[in-house]
Every structure is written in C-alpha cells, then in structure tokens.
Design a binder for this molecule. Structure first.
Ligand code: ATP
Ligand code: MN
Length: 483
C-alpha cells in the first residue's frame, strides 16, 4: 500500500478534493458519540478550526478508542468526505487510528470548559493548546512576518543590534546586569567597589533596553534600517502594558525629519492592522467573539461600543490626529475629569509627563481616534532627541492608541554635534561612554529619525486582549519568570 503523507488540518478544511485518502495528525479536543459511532474533534494548531473524525468502534477497536481522550495525540488515516453534519463542510471517515501519545483523563487539566487566563498562565504546555492562545500565537507569527514584509518592501535592512550592551546611557537603573563574576565573592577594587575589569567583557555590561543607538549607526551607513528583537527593562511596573522582556521594532531612517517619521509610523501601523484583517480572519473571528462574551460581564459604561474588527477597521481607515504636547496639555487642563478631580495625576502646568490616564482620555474620549503627540518638553525626553528652535521642546512623537496609551515612541535625532554634547553635559551623560555614537555626528552627520514600536502592545491591540502577559508565550514580569 502506498503511504499517504500527512496533510495539515488547515489545508484539509479548505480542500476541494473529496473522497481521497488522507492522513491527519493532531491532538484530540473532544470525543463524543455512542457505541455505534465516535466523533473526534482533532486540532493540529494549523487553524483555529478542528476537523471532525468519524470513527466506527467496530473498525477502530474499543481499546484504541478508550485511549482517545482530550489531549491525546493521534494519527488518523481515512477518507476526506463531505460532512453531513452542521458546522463543517468536510470530515474524515477513519480507517485506522494510531494513538501516538495518551493523556490520562484523570490528570489532564484542560477540560472542555472555559479556563481563566490566569490559570492557563501557570500551565506552560496547555496554554498554547487552547483556542484563545493558539489564535493569539498564530497572529503573533503573522504580525512578525508582516513587520519584515513591510520593511523589506520599502528597502529597509534588518539590522541586528546586540542584546548585551556596554553602554547604559539610556536605561540607568532600569537594566539587568550581565556578569560572570562570583556573586558572593566578587573581586573588589581598593575602594570596595566590584572590579569589573575581571568580568567576562572586561567591563560592566547589561541587557539592552533599546537598540536605537546602535540602530543609528546602521542608518548612517545603510540609509534605512530596522531592528526587531528582545528588549529588557528592569522597571518595576506591574501593569497590564509592561513586560520585563518584550520585543521591540525600531526603524531608523537617514534624511527623515519628524513629519517623515510620523508618516512612516502611521503607514506602518495601518499596514499591520490591514495585514491582520486580511490574513488572520478565522483567528480574529474567534477573538472577536471571545471579547464580546467578556464584555457581556462588564457594566454597561465600561463596554466598548466597537467590536474588535470594527476597531481595527477604524484605525486603518482614519487619519491619526496630530497635535503638539502643548496643545494636548491645554485640552487636558480644561477637560472634565481634570476639573472634577478625576485624574489620579491632575494636570495643572506645562512640563509634566503624561500618564496613561491622560493619553487614554485624549484618544478614547476627546478625539476618539489614534493620536500623535509631538514636541514634548526636553526635560521629560531622552538626550538624543532634536532640540527645537524654542529651546524648550524636542522633536519627539508618541503615538497613542485606544485601550493602550503609548504604542510608539520616536523622534527626530539631534544631528548637530555641539547641541548634542551640550545636552549630554546637562544630563550628566559622560561623552567617553558614547564616543562611538558621537562619531556619527563628527563624520558625515545628517538629519535622521526613528521610532520604537512595542510588539506586544501591537499584539494587545490586534487581539483585543486586556493583559500584555497574554500575548507572549513566556511572559517575564516582576516576581515571575516561570518556565
Ligand atoms: P511607557 O511610558 O509606556 O513605559 P516608554 O516611554 O518607556 O513607555 P519607550 O522607551 O519610548 O517607551 O519605548 C518604545 C516603545 O516600546 C513604547 O512605545 C512601547 O510600545 C514599548 N514599551 C516600552 N516599555 C515596555 C515594556 N516594559 N513592555 C512592553 N512594551 C514596552
Ligand atoms: Mn517605560
């Protein structure tokens, strides 16, 4: 007999070739039926949809069927036929089933009922087998692919920046140390401090908080580059929007001013959302229903008036509102929640950093669409942002999204050596530390810009999930690094 090769279930469900022999392999979601017939829902992760396997106990054998329980892995050989039942167009009539791996029903914790997201976070192997998480992680793949496709189509180069960094210019106090020194008995200098000259790299090193500074070197040679990699922040922000380890996309473009930068970021976000709508329809449909169910349990005032796909379409089809920090402060100062003392951090003067509550007010209540804020006070932004002519503000731009707040942070970079070194002196950043970086301003400097998009914040938006821990396979947060 000629051996039939395995076909993925996503392909079988789409197949128009009926009455052919097929092999499907996957994990059993459910089994129901009676002594005359068994219906097995089989899922292999290739689609949110399972395929129905119809098994005749007489043919397959009682012993085998007994081991076909939720979570077991099986290989099914049979015929792909048009389905009589509702809910699917094709199914497999099993001719033989091999149980590849049993899942003891007494011990298997995933029952065909709804589990809480928190419960699933504790069970590493089961989480991706649920409908919700498999949908999210398939979409995570699709969005990663879309990121690369977008930049590749535009002639950007994927530029790999280091995870281990020797400069702590950006993340003072927020960085994870990297060291091979004995933590109990490290070599010491005469003054009692740790002697890092004996450390692995011969100096103090940390995990990167951003690839930007190294990214700028790429842009000043290759023109347009982007990074897409893990980013580490030891900030103790136990929020639904912060991870200690997250993925960031950081494009950096030579000869771009702030407007070019905003145009690119807006086009990029719209492209990603359009890609999700076009390529992740089945998973989105599932996640949209999940969200609707969840919203039913919320008080009416907290409910979203838009469904997930409506929200995505809305972002794709509307221009983002662009305004300056100064204009935003005016709006916030005169806003109802500010006057009624509803903000946890009231807005009175110019110069304060905006909190997530302010960002979300602007997006969700005032403009009711994504907002790009520009020209922030220099004192609340990084040293490398380009000084405006007013001497008070810098060419920054943050993109604020509904339900999230800041999703993108970017700026035009300070390309003038003297202005840049003055800023560094003001902020006590030693020039020697960044000599390699300052060289781009010494030799052939040019206007340039870039931004950072937190990949998981994008994933929260496109999946409608409420917690950033639920859009990454292995979340790292303060106090938690399981698995
Ligand atoms: P926030 O104020 O929300 O903490 P940030 O100003 O520290 O953000 P940037 O340093 O500008 O953020 O980083 C660029 C982008 O990276 C942010 O716009 C956001 O999308 C994402 N980001 C920043 N910190 C985190 C984090 N801890 N977890 C996940 N994403 C993050
Ligand atoms: Mn932060």
């Amino acid at each position: 007999m000629m051996e039939t090769k395995r076909t993925k279930i996503a392909a079988l469900l789409k197949s128009s070739e009926i009455d052919v022999n097929v092999v499907a392999k996957g994990w059993v979601r459910t089994k129901r039926g009676n002594k005359n017939v068994s219906f097995i829902a089989l899922n292999d992760g290739s689609s949110i949809n399972s395929i129905q396997v119809v098994a005749d106990p007489g043919l397959i054998g009682e012993e085998t069927l007994k081991n076909i329980t939720t979570g077991a892995s099986i290989s099914v050989t049979g015929k792909l036929v048009a389905s009589q039942g509702a809910g699917q167009s094709v199914e497999i009539t099993a001719e033989a089933i091999e149980v590849l791996g049993v899942a003891d029903p007494e011990k298997y914790p995933l029952q065909p009922k709804k589990h809480s997201l928190e419960f699933l976070r504790e069970i590493a192997h089961l989480r991706p087998r649920t409908n919700t998480f498999s949908a999210i992680f398939r979409m995570r793949h699709a969005m990663s692919f879309a990121v690369h496709q977008f930049f590749n189509e535009k002639g950007f180069y994927y530029w790999h920046t280091p995870f281990v960094t020797g400069s702590d210019a950006e993340g003072a106090g927020e960085m994870f140390r990297v060291s091979t020194l004995d933590p109990i008995n490290p070599p010491l200098n005469d003054d009692g401090t740790v002697d890092h000259s004996q450390d692995f790299f011969g100096k103090e090193t940390n995990l990167t908080v951003s690839g930007q500074l190294e990214g700028e070197l790429g842009a000043m040679a290759l023109g347009d580059i982007y990074t897409f990699g893990p980013t580490f922040r030891a900030e103790n922000s136990n929020t639904t929007r912060h991870l200690a380890e997250f993925w960031m996309i950081e494009p950096e473009m030579a000869f771009y001013d702030l407007t070019d930068n905003m145009d690119l970021a807006e086009e990029f976000l719209k492209y990603l959302v359009a890609y999700a709508l076009e390529n992740c329809a089945d998973d989105l449909e599932f996640l949209e229903k999940r969200l609707l169910d969840e919203e039913k349990n919320k008080p009416a005032v907290e409910r979203n008036d838009m469904s997930l796909t409506e929200k995505l379409r809305f972002v794709m089809e509307n221009d983002f509102e662009r305004l300056s920090y100064t204009e935003a402060i005016q709006i916030l100062r005169n806003s109802k929640p500010n006057k009624k003392g509803k903000f946890q951090f009231p807005i009175d003067g110019w110069g304060a950093d905006l909190q997530s509550e302010h960002e979300r007010y602007l997006v969700e209540k005032h403009f009711k669409k994504p907002v790009i804020l520009t020209d922030y006070p220099k004192d609340i932004k990084a040293f490398y942002m380009r000084m405006n002519d007013d001497g008070k503000t810098v060419g920054a731009m943050d993109i604020l999204f509904p339900g999230i707040g800041e999703i993108v942070g970017g700026s035009q970079r300070e390309e003038r050596l003297d202005v840049l070194t003055d800023r560094m002196a003001e902020m006590n950043i030693p020039e020697e530390e960044l000599d390699w970086y300052l060289d781009t301003r010494r030799f052939g400097t040019a206007p340039h810009s870039g931004f950072g998009l937190g990949f998981e914040r994008l994933m929260i938006f496109v999946t409608g999930m409420g917690n950033i821990r639920d859009v990454i396979p292995f979340p790292r947060t303060p106090g938690s690094a399981a698995f």
